[in-house]
Structures are given as C-alpha cells and as structure tokens.
Design a protein around this ligand. Structure first.
Ligand SMILES: Cc1cc2nc3c(=O)[nH]c(=O)nc-3n(C[C@H](O)[C@H](O)[C@H](O)COP(=O)(O)O)c2cc1C
Length: 389
C-alpha cells in the first residue's frame, strides 16, 4: 500500500485507492451528498468555473505558505475539516487525522460526532486541535462537552449550525447505512475488502462515538452510545444559543456552515471570532449554493471584522489559491483528507496534505505570487469572463 500512496500524484488518485479499500456502503457515506447531489457536484464546478489570471515579471521563485491564524503559525493556509465517523474508515481514524495535522503543522478540527474522545487529543495534537460542536437537545450535555474541550486545552471551538435537520442522503438510505452495524448485504460486500474488514473486526466492529459514551446508559456498548447520540442530535441552535456559547467559551469561537451574508454579519456582531462559509460538502441542503459562490458577499458583509474561512469542494491547490484570491483567511478540506485516510491511514493523509501544499505553491507561483498575501482579486477573471478585475 505504501508504494501506491507514494505513487499517488493527486487527490483523485487517493480517492481511487480509498474507494478500493472500503466496502461500498462506507465509501458512499464519505462520498455522498443530499438528495440528487446537485450541491455536491456544484461545489467542484463552482471552483472550476473560476479562472486564475497570471501576472508576470514578479518575484515568484518560492511561495511561502506559512499562515498566521488565531495567534498560531501554521505551515499551510488550509486545515482538516471536522468529519464524523472517521474510525469506520480506518481504526483510530480521528486520531490519525489529528496526528497527520500535528506532523504537517496544520489545524485539525475534531468532529462533534467523532469516534475518538476529546480526552485522547492532548497527547496527540493539543496545539493544532480545534473542537467542533453540534448543539443537541440537552444543553447541559453540550455544555459539559464544551467544558471537556477546554480542559483538554482546545483553544478554538467551532459551532456547526447547518445540521439542525436530519438530512436525506439517498446513498446511505439505500445502503441501509447506520451506526449500529453492517447489514447482511453490506457485510457480504465487506468480504470483498478483506484489509478493511480485518481492521474493522480487530478493532471491535462498529466504532462507538467516544464523546457521547460518558452520557449513554452503557458506555462500552456502541449501539447504546449510538442510540443516545441519535436521541440527542440534531438540536436546533438559535441566536440565544450563540450568545450563550459566546459567554461560556473564552477561546476563539467559530461558526461553521454559513451561506447567508445576513447570518454572517449577525454572528460577528454577537462576538464570534470567525466563520466558515460552507455547505457541508453538499451533504445537508442539496439546493444550497456552493460556498465559493457566496464567499465574496459574506466577506463584504463582514468587512474585516472577523476571520472568514471556507470549505466545500476543495480537491486541488488551485481551489485553495482561488479561495485565497477571493479573500479567504483560511481553507478547510473534508473529503480530500478522508480519501488519504481511507487510502493509507497516516501516510495517506500526510500524502493528501503534501499534494495540496505542492499544488497550492505551484499554482500561486504560476500566477506570479511569492507570498500568500500577494494572492488577491487581481488574479481572478471577472465573472462575466471579459478580463481580470
Ligand atoms: C464523511 C463526512 C463527515 C462529516 N462530518 C462532519 C461533522 O461531523 N461535523 C461537521 O461540522 N461537518 C462534517 N462534515 C462536513 C465537513 O466538515 C466539510 O464541511 C465538508 O466535508 C467540506 O466539503 P469537501 O468534503 O468537499 O471538502 C463531514 C463531511 C464528510 C465528507
């Protein structure tokens, strides 16, 4: 497998390797979007529609990717978005993502529905780890989780607000995907993926959702924890909840899943430090616009009062460069990291990060930039297609 990872030259190669490793039901969970997957496809198309206009006679022998964010210096202008259920793709998947982030010095956002527990993070990457919270029905439990994140040394809390409705992901419905175990057909299909199945069985079958174990009737039982978690989530966060978290959380507060400039403005007025413009990788509202298409309006609404980041659809360094040219302070990758994880565990994730870092550097230099701060709207073709801005 290591040789194959070494030979992968782009994220699509890692995706192919990851797809081969996983039973279809699991790959579909990573890959799928809501309903007709219009939003999912639109994410990559919206990036591809944007053209980068090179400028020459500039010093661009090297592009320094180091980026300062919330008082820390990271090695690249992108990090790993929160993704639930990573323990199903490779045993210990969440902690492998965290370890890769530490090794590559980029941020890692631990998902609110991860399989590891917050308490496992400090040993691996407290410095690089952020924590993502889905607000649930029981506010006391949410607040306890937030306290645990603070105790673990987490400095940045990400509230995801676009998942208040249980989404209709048709691949998962057809496959009978659930956190309680593999249905017979899926299990038979898993026999065709013996390396994955061996890891799944050796690690005890369906991974449990570590952060919720403490609140479930039987903390050791994955089914009991799943039952608890699906009773608690999704909640329906309201503006008062954001105010409450602003009071409770002394660190950086980021709100993820924002697509409307009015929301962005109000979030920042309520004291959030940053937002992540995102359509959840096309997994929630199928007819939502691509994050990259809403980015400029949101950036303009906020007017420099907070950090504005973006995810959804990033598969190439040119996507990252495009986002930075639009004014993104930072970018996150979801599936690109998961393809690496599925393809080859820790080396696979590190390979995904390396590929994107190299591509970002090459494309940035192509358009004539020697520092990420040189990337700007002057390098974007006008939407009307009649010249650079
Ligand atoms: C398998 C999977 C699980 C995800 N789980 C979460 C989650 O637990 N919390 C969250 O805020 N977003 C979650 N997301 C959304 C990602 O954080 C991110 O917004 C999205 O993946 C970005 O799109 P991309 O995959 O095209 O990069 C998940 C995405 C995927 C693919």
């Amino acid at each position: 497998m290591r040789g194959k990872i070494d030979r992968a030259i782009n994220i699509a190669d890692l995706r192919r390797l990851g797809k081969r490793h996983l039973p279809r039901v699991v790959f579909d969970y990573i890959e799928g979007g809501a309903e007709d997957e219009i939003g999912l496809d639109e994410n990559t198309r919206a990036f591809a529609r944007r053209k980068l206009v090179p400028k020459f006679f500039t010093p661009c022998g090297y592009l320094d990717l180091t980026t300062d964010l919330f008082g820390k210096t990271y090695a690249a202008p992108f990090g790993i978005a929160p993704t639930g259920f990573a323990g199903l793709f490779r045993p210990g998947g969440d902690l492998l993502l965290a370890e890769a982030a530490r090794a590559e010095n980029i941020p890692y956002i631990m998902s609110g529905t991860c399989n590891a527990a917050i308490e496992e993070l400090p040993e691996i990457c407290a410095r690089n780890a952020w924590y993502q919270l889905y607000t649930g029905r029981d506010k006391a439990i949410d607040e306890d989780i937030v306290r645990r994140a603070a105790d673990a040394g987490i400095e940045t809390l990400v509230l995801t607000v676009d998942s208040e409705v249980r989404t209709k992901r048709e691949r998962d419905i057809r496959n009978g995907f659930s956190g309680t175990g593999l249905k017979t057909l899926a299990f038979l299909e898993a026999l065709l993926h013996p390396a994955w199945l061996a890891g799944y069985l050796a690690s005890g079958g369906m991974p449990r959702f570590g952060n919720f174990a403490a609140y479930a009737a039987k903390p050791e039982d994955a089914r009991a924890v799943w039952a608890f978690m699906t009773g608690h989530l999704p909640g329906n966060p309201l503006w008062g909840d954001l105010e409450r978290y602003r009071r409770l959380w002394r660190g950086n507060l980021v709100v993820k899943g924002i697509l409307h400039p009015d929301d962005a403005l109000r979030i920042v007025d309520l004291g959030a430090d940053g937002i992540i413009v995102s359509n959840h990788g096309g997994r929630q509202l199928d007819r939502a616009p691509a994050a990259v298409d809403m980015f400029s309006a949101i950036k303009a609404a906020i007017g420099g009062k907070a950090i504005v980041m973006l995810d959804s659809g990033v598969r190439r360094g040119s996507d990252i460069v495009t986002a930075l040219c639009l004014g993104a302070d930072f970018v996150f990758i979801g599936r690109a990291a998961l393809y690496g994880l599925a393809a080859g565990g820790l080396p696979g994730i590190r390979k995904a990060i390396t590929i994107l870092r190299h591509e970002t550097e090459t494309v940035g230099r192509h358009i004539g930039c020697g520092r990420t701060s040189d990337l700007g709207a002057q390098h974007l073709m006008r939407a009307s297609g009649d010249g650079a801005r």
